[in-house]
Design a protein around this ligand. Sequence first.
Ligand code: ZN
Length: 69
Amino acid sequence: MPIYEYHCNDCNTDFEQLVFSSSQADCVPCTKCGSTNVERKVSSIASAGSSAAASAGASYSSCGSSGFS
Ligand SMILES: [Zn+2]
């Protein structure tokens, strides 16, 4: 299970979260303020030369706003 790094845009906190599935990865609330206005940072593992990992990350649906069309 990967650990992702996130940055909260509301309280400017960086945090790490253990994520069990790719869909959950984009629905992680800030551990400090609970906001879902967070950005998932590209991990050093994912960016280690695999373009497939980068495109997979881009294909994830965003949390809530437009994922249920
Ligand atoms: Zn926050």
